[in-house]
Design a protein around this ligand. Structure first.
Ligand code: FE2
Length: 340
């Protein structure tokens, strides 16, 4: 269990075909928008940008773009419709469309409320993406301290996707200029089990972990201080949302985030975290962690329970495939059975 070690077996394309700037937003479905709004706004502390008859648009306190989270009302089983990436300019959108056409990925421009021109395309493992360069601009609430509540979430930071083929997903994003910061590999081999990929200069914009996929494992908001992680747990408990609490608080070995995970009223998983690091320099080579090392997921030692590893939100119309890599993580249940 020698970890972590430096290595760079997955070099990024430093001259990508178009400029992705960051993970931007997620579009999910919800059965009861009142319950969803109560959970995300009253408990977690997100700001309501807009509520239409059949949609909720939410953002973090510092975010000036119209939304980072969209919930569309649906009576069907809850799904994630798409995850969103921002590109730098409108020209990047055209370059993206040309690139996807060249590599045989069908891409189509669509209109979406409160967003500029938007490009829909699937990635190499079938994750439905939408790319845009602009959204409607709203006032920041960064200095509206009277609005801070719950965890005071500042901004959307990243997504984690369960992937049946992490290597193929990783190669696809490396070719788009994403850089690998850390990865998990099977012990003694270089079979990649999970990858942390970034464009904005911190540990990750998109994470892929081996599992039935594609499915959305979670999306994550950055919070200002460690005490906000504790406070949101107290708020959730006092408002009767204790059953929505899933994992943590704890400290990830990978990424160094102090974290807590909740499940929303439809079962979608959201992470709140604090204290990432910068990963900008060209010689910032990826950290490798063995899959058996439980400190990668929880630096304090206890791994996550099985449901955290195996449950995730399906993408609309995308049937998950079984993982190609037959290697399972150490779950809390297995860990405790070995210890006591
Ligand atoms: Fe995360």
């Amino acid at each position: 269990m020698s970890n972590p070690t430096l290595s760079d077996p997955f070099p990024a394309n430093l001259n990508p075909p178009f400029n992705v700037t960051r993970a931007s937003h997620a579009v999910l479905t919800a059965r009861d928008l009142d319950a969803t709004q109560a959970f995300y706004c009253d408990v977690l502390g997100l700001i309501l940008s807009r509520r239409d008859r059949d949609a909720l648009y939410l953002r973090g306190l510092e975010e000036r773009s119209h939304h980072s989270l969209v919930f569309l009302k649906s009576d069907k089983p809850p799904v994630c419709e798409r995850v969103g990436l921002r590109v730098f300019t409108e020209d990047d959108l055209d370059r993206a469309a040309a690139h996807f056409g060249k590599i045989g990925h069908h891409a189509v421009f669509v209109e979406r409320p409160y967003q500029g021109r938007t490009l829909h395309v699937d990635d190499a493992i079938g994750t439905p993406l939408e790319l845009c360069a602009t959204m409607d601009d709203l006032p920041t609430n960064l200095q509206r301290f009277e609005l801070y509540k719950g965890a005071s979430p500042m901004r959307l930071d990243h997504f984690q996707i369960a992937a049946h083929d992490v290597q193929t997903a990783t190669d696809f994003y490396l070719a788009l200029g994403f850089r690998l910061t850390e990865f998990t590999a099977t012990d003694g081999k270089d079979e990649i089990w999970a990858s942390w990929l970034q464009r904005k200069g911190n540990p990750h914009d998109v994470v892929f972990s081996s599992g039935r996929g594609p499915r959305l494992h979670h999306f994550a908001y950055a919070v200002p201080e460690a005490r906000d992680i504790i406070h949101v747990c107290d708020v959730a408990g006092s408002l009767g949302f204790g059953k929505h609490f899933e994992r943590g608080p704890g400290r990830h070995g990978i990424g160094n985030a102090l974290f807590v995970y909740f499940r929303d009223p439809d079962g979608h998983r959201v992470e709140l975290f604090n204290a990432h690091y910068q990963a900008i320099d060209i010689n910032h080579t990826p950290l490798r962690w063995d899959l058996s090392n439980t400190r990668r997921s929880q630096l304090w030692g206890l791994p996550a329970q099985a449901r955290w590893f195996y449950e995730a939100s399906e993408f609309a119309g995308r049937a998950p495939q079984e993982p190609l890599l037959k290697a399972d993580p150490v779950t809390l249940e297995k860990f405790l059975a070995q210890q006591f």
